[in-house]
Design a protein around this ligand. Structure first.
Ligand SMILES: CC(C)(COP(=O)(O)OP(=O)(O)OC[C@H]1O[C@@H](n2cnc3c(N)ncnc32)[C@H](O)[C@@H]1OP(=O)(O)O)[C@@H](O)C(=O)NCCC(=O)NCCS
Length: 150
């Protein structure tokens, strides 16, 4: 296992976060407009924003190995907020060594510590690599996503 340090992103993390964000968008074969990326990063760095990111770094060398972006929001079915894990990415060279799991575990730890009611996320049905990780936490439910682009 790689010795990992996981903490919330700060402005100095931008270069490393951005590299991973770009790889993540490429993985999804999408191009997010630059102003949207800049807005997301500004929100991540804004302590009052519900948009947040975790960075996973090698404890010894400090190399960035993974990141996740998440959003805390109110929910009509629960007293506490719920957490939507929106983006999870680990660098190819460090995959299969527990970095992704450590990021999800840290979200669960934060959620238990701060009274979040749920952590949830989505992935493509055929993302078997990610689902091998996710299936360790819970089973996928049978909800189907509908989306209208505006
Ligand atoms: C999905 C992703 C985040 C997983 O990150 P990771 O750091 O490789 O995950 P982990 O090393 O913590 O793997 C955890 C589990 O997943 C499985 N797994 C992940 N990668 C694997 C691999 N290459 N070979 C075998 N099993 C693998 C294993 O079951 C592992 O469980 P273990 O702890 O019992 O070995 C990473 O592959 C990634 O960034 N993929 C591209 C982007 C993506 O798909 N993001 C998720 C979209 S929602």
């Amino acid at each position: 296992m790689i010795p990992l340090t996981i903490r919330h992103a700060v402005p100095d993390d931008y270069a490393d976060w951005r590299v991973m964000w770009d790889f993540y968008c490429a993985f999804y074969e999408t191009t997010i407009p630059e102003d949207v990326t800049q807005q997301s990063w500004a929100r991540i760095c804004d302590p009052v924003s519900p948009v947040k990111a975790l960075m996973a770094r090698h404890t010894v060398g400090g190399e960035a190995l993974g990141m996740c972006n998440y959003i805390l929001h109110d929910n009509t079915w629960t007293l506490g907020p719920v957490c939507y894990l929106e983006d999870l990415f680990t660098h190819r060279a460090s995959r299969g060594q527990g970095v992704g799991k450590a990021l999800v575990d840290e979200l669960l730890r934060l959620g238990r510590a701060h009274g979040w009611a749920r952590l949830y996320w989505m992935t493509r049905n055929n993302n078997t690599t990610a689902r091998r990780l996710y299936d360790q936490y819970t089973s996928a439910d049978d909800f189907v996503r509908y989306m209208v682009r505006l």
